[in-house]
Structure formats: structure tokens, C-alpha cells
Design a protein around this ligand. Structure first.
Ligand SMILES: [Zn+2]
Length: 191
């Protein structure tokens, strides 16, 4: 587990929750969401929104193919569900938990939702947009909204699930991995 960025305003809350066991319990639930995507033959990524007490407000799994919606990444689905439940387009004080480093679209949604924190499992070297391709702390220091991040929770389990998915898909389709869009991407695992 590694803390990437911490805004001073949220330091107290962060410290309260800086507990590996706690995050593993929560990430296991996000991985259960990712498995739902796997069962639907979607790239297995899952996400949750939790409040500061660790209560789950909403969940989501990756489903762009099934819904014909390129924005239906797990994180966006979870954010939409949380906003709908809270009847609020802002999710101040809430935390996004994802089994994969968010892409640039999902980073935009985190900022728009004013989420307080992000906990993710596995880095995505190809499309990851909070530390891999874009560094939130260095490239986006002009933003007036900041959020803290923790990474690496149950990363092996997330990686194994993605690798199993792409291995199965290649076996089924005899497909050559193609980067981007909804095509398989064996390097990044992103949808
Ligand atoms: Zn995304």
C-alpha cells in the first residue's frame, strides 16, 4: 500500500482510515464487482463509493459493451449510482474504491464529483491517469479540487483477474490484442 498524494485538509480523515485490513476488506468487495463484469464478458473492473465511515453507498462494474455506452466504466457507474442515491451531483467527503487505476475520463469524473479520496488496486501503465500517464500531484496542481490516493490494495488479485480474462478471451476468439476502445489490451488490461 502506498500513499501517492495527500491534501492537508483531508489528512485527519486519511489517518483514521489508513488501515490495510480495512482497505483489503473494501477492495475485496470491489473485486466481487469486477467478477460480475468478468461473468458478462466485460473487462473485469469493479468500483465502489464509500463514505467516511467506510459504509458502501454504491457499486458498479465495467459494462460499456453490454450497455453500448463508452462511458460505462466501473468508476463512472459507481459515481452515477452514488449521486442518484444521495440526490446530489457532488460527492464531497466520499471515497472511490476501484480495482484499477482510473483512466482520464474517470479522473475527470472524480474531480467533477469532488470526491475526497481514491483507493485503487492495480496501476494501469497504458491508460492510468492518476499516476501512470498523468500525475495528479504534478500535472494537475492547478486544480482547485484535490483528493488523496492510496494504491496497491490486493493488486495481485486484480492483476490475476484481468490476466485470466484476457487469456480466456484470446483462447475463445483467437483474437490479437488491440489497444484502446473496447478492444482487449493485454498490456494494460483496460477496456
Ligand atoms: Zn475509466
Amino acid at each position: 500500500m502506498k500513499s501517492l498524494y495527500l491534501d492537508s485538509d483531508s489528512k485527519d480523515n486519511y489517518n483514521k482510515k489508513l488501515d490495510l485490513f480495512f482497505w483489503e476488506q473494501i477492495m475485496a468487495k470491489a473485486l466481487a464487482e469486477a467478477k460480475k463484469a468478468f461473468e458478462k464478458e466485460e473487462v473485469p473492473v469493479g468500483a465502489l463509493i464509500i463514505d467516511q465511515e467506510g459504509q458502501i453507498i454504491s457499486s458498479g462494474h465495467n459494462c460499456p459493451v453490454d450497455t453500448n455506452d463508452p462511458t460505462a466504466h466501473a468508476e463512472i457507474v459507481a459515481i452515477r449510482n452514488a449521486g442518484s442515491k444521495q440526490k446530489n451531483y457532488r460527492l464531497n467527503g466520499k471515497i472511490l474504491v476501484s480495482t484499477l487505476e482510473p483512466c482520464i475520463m474517470c479522473l475527470g469524473a472524480i474531480i467533477q464529483a469532488r470526491l475526497q479520496g481514491l483507493v485503487f488496486s492495480l496501476r494501469d501503465p497504458k491508460y492510468g491517469s492518476v499516476c501512470s500517464r498523468i500525475s495528479v500531484s504534478e500535472d494537475l496542481d492547478w486544480l482547485n479540487h484535490h483528493f488523496w490516493m492510496v494504491e496497491g490494495i490486493l493488486a495481485d488479485q486484480s492483476r490475476n483477474l484481468l490476466q485470466a480474462f484476457f487469456a480466456l478471451r484470446r483462447k475463445k476468439n483467437g483474437e490479437v490484442p488491440k489497444p484502446g476502445h473496447n478492444g482487449p489490451d493485454s498490456k494494460s488490461g483496460r477496456r
